[in-house]
Design a protein around this ligand. Structure first.
Ligand code: FDA
Length: 504
């Protein structure tokens, strides 16, 4: 197979600027392991029993992607497409079928055009690189996407992508104005040649079901020269529950320039160091100056008792550093570090909330969270621009009517602890059922969760896949399957949660 595949690859190549040995890495090459591990974020998928790709292709040019697709099809191998490697279930680099990994890390050029207020970004770029490149050219432009700088643009935008300014500007996927994709026949398509149906599908429906997206053209958004951040953290003993109750009612109704998310964690109770308690931290970004923010908070959320001295003004790019966990005095160049994140074992799940959770519900939730010391919930307020965009505008359907989203997360350090933590987070998810969205119980596609259901051997029917598909995409799932059936009828681009074709 090795020789045949390599032969096929070289005979399909249109671009010879790199020696093939740098583009195609076979299992016995020295770079193979380090490239495989380079962007893996979840240690659950690094163990030795995980199937490894037959080859890793590291394209320097789009023709390398074309050749990879043509030859993988010829030799009956699956492909996995990886940009930033942050997939929660490792679907960008793990497969039960024989496969080739296309790792887009080298395709990461970014060209920002401030005058036209847009940028072309290759999929292997990280969010940190994009933010940095924008800030290098202007301090009054930004981009509405996630907080973690090492997340890849490829997976993130194709699955939605939200961050601290999404209440004003919507999702990363909402800003896309053009894209370049290599389809199942190895053709390179842009918005015009792919047509509006496929262009719709890749802006939230996950790219991996449709082809290899190698670049996005996105609209930049305006940000003020000064933004303001604050953080108020209280434990249950200090009154966190009362604050959370209020936040549940008003977080989504606040002016769209103001984002306050709530993050829970298990900490030592100050009264007694052996006792654990829940702390809730209200972290905020306001697109404006503190002078306007303080009275706005006094009017909308006086219980937080925000004072001018709790607020810090900074540039938008400094707020990116702040939400990424860096000091704001650090140089924005830290955003270019592609390996800065700590790796751990983790499992996450998500829910959408449509009406405030009752007091009884919350008390039970705090009790559950105390069972796992490394548990964390991130509660993200919706409303603002998110309520103005129609559910069918892109495949991402969670718009009007949602007051906030919950991300449940648990992390651990030793493989032996995996079962216990998976059991715990699943029991938390069952506990939450009465308090969250129903029929379907909605979930965020970029917080991939295989517990919701999975395709078996790529032969799952539309009805079977609807079990998980309706949760991520609601009424848009059918249109996604229609686009899939038209663009990839042989179901070549498949994985455990790829969009099914209709006739299976
Ligand atoms: P990865 O490369 O693993 O790809 C994810 C999926 O997209 C896979 O199915 C893959 O095959 C497919 N894919 C990737 N590139 C493709 C391409 N070029 N063409 C076609 N298909 C492609 N989300 C969020 O909205 N806001 C946030 O703030 C965060 N924060 C965050 C922090 C951390 C630490 C993690 C681990 C994750 C997040 N996320 C997030 C979730 C994140 O948006 C999600 O995991 C993205 O899919 C990651 O994109 P990558 O390119 O990094 O992943």
């Amino acid at each position: 197979l090795d020789d045949n595949f390599l032969q096929c690859f070289s005979s399909n190549l249109l671009n010879y600027t790199k020696p093939i040995s740098e583009v195609v890495l076979a299992k016995n090459t020295s770079a193979y392991s380090s490239v495989f591990q380079s962007s893996v974020r979840n240690l659950r998928f690094l163990n030795t029993s995980t199937e490894k790709p037959e080859f890793i292709i590291t394209p320097f040019h789009e023709s390398h992607i074309q050749a990879a697709i043509v030859c993988a099809k010829t030799y009956d191998m699956q492909i996995r497409i990886r940009s930033g490697g942050h997939d929660y279930e490792g679907l960008s680099y793990v497969s039960e079928e024989k496969f080739v990994l296309i790792d887009l890390a080298h395709l990461r050029s970014i060209s920002v055009d401030i005058e036209k207020e847009n940028a072309w970004v290759e999929s292997g770029a990280t969010l940190g690189e994009l933010y940095y490149k924008i800030a290098e050219k202007s301090n009054v432009y930004g981009f509405p996407a996630g907080s973690c700088p090492t997340v890849g643009v490829g997976g993130h935008i194709s699955g939605g992508g939200f961050g601290t300014i999404f209440r004003k500007y919507g999702l990363a996927a909402d800003t896309v104005v053009d894209a370049k994709i290599v389809d199942v026949n190895g053709n390179i398509l842009n918005r015009k040649s792919m047509g509006e149906d496929l262009f719709w599908a890749i802006r939230g429906g996950g790219g991996a079901s449709f082809g290899v997206i190698f670049a996005w053209k996105v609209r930049l958004v305006q940000v003020p020269p000064k933004v303001t951040v604050f953080k108020v953290a209280e434990t249950l003993e200090e009154g966190a529950n009362m604050l959370f109750q209020k936040w549940q009612r008003i977080g989504h109704k606040l002016p769209e320039d103001l984002f306050i998310h709530a993050v829970t964690g298990v900490v030592n109770a100050s009264s007694n160091n052996n006792k654990k308690t829940i702390q809730i931290s209200f972290d905020s970004l306001y697109l404006g100056e503190a002078e306007k923010l303080v009275p706005m908070m006094e009017e909308n959320f006086p219980e937080l008792d925000l004072k001018r001295e709790n607020c810090t003004e900074m540039s938008w790019i400094q707020s990116v550093l702040y939400f990424a966990g860096f000091s704001t005095s650090e140089s924005p160049e830290v955003l270019l570090n592609r390996t800065a994140q700590l790796k751990s074992f983790f499992k996450a799940k998500s829910d959408y909330v449509k009406k405030p959770i009752s007091e009884t519900g919350l008390q039970g939730l705090y009790k559950k969270l105390l069972e796992a010391e490394t548990s964390e919930l991130i509660l993200t307020p919706y409303g603002g621009k998110m309520s103005e965009i129609k559910d069918s505008e892109t495949p991402f359907p969670h718009r009007r009517g949602n007051i906030y989203k919950i991300q449940y997360m648990v992390t651990w350090d030793e493989e032996e602890e995996t079962k216990q933590h998976l059991r715990w987070i699943r029991s938390l998810y069952s506990y939450m059922a009465p308090y969250v969205s129903k029929s379907p119980r909605a979930a965020y596609f970029n917080y991939r969760d295989l517990d919701l259901g999975r395709n078996k051997n790529g032969n799952t029917s539309f009805a079977q896949a609807s079990v998980w598909g309706l949760k991520y995409f609601k009424n848009n799932f059918k249109r996604l399957a229609k686009v899939k059936t038209e663009t990839d009828p042989s179901n070549f681009f498949r994985n455990e949660q790829s969009i099914p074709v209709f006739y299976l």
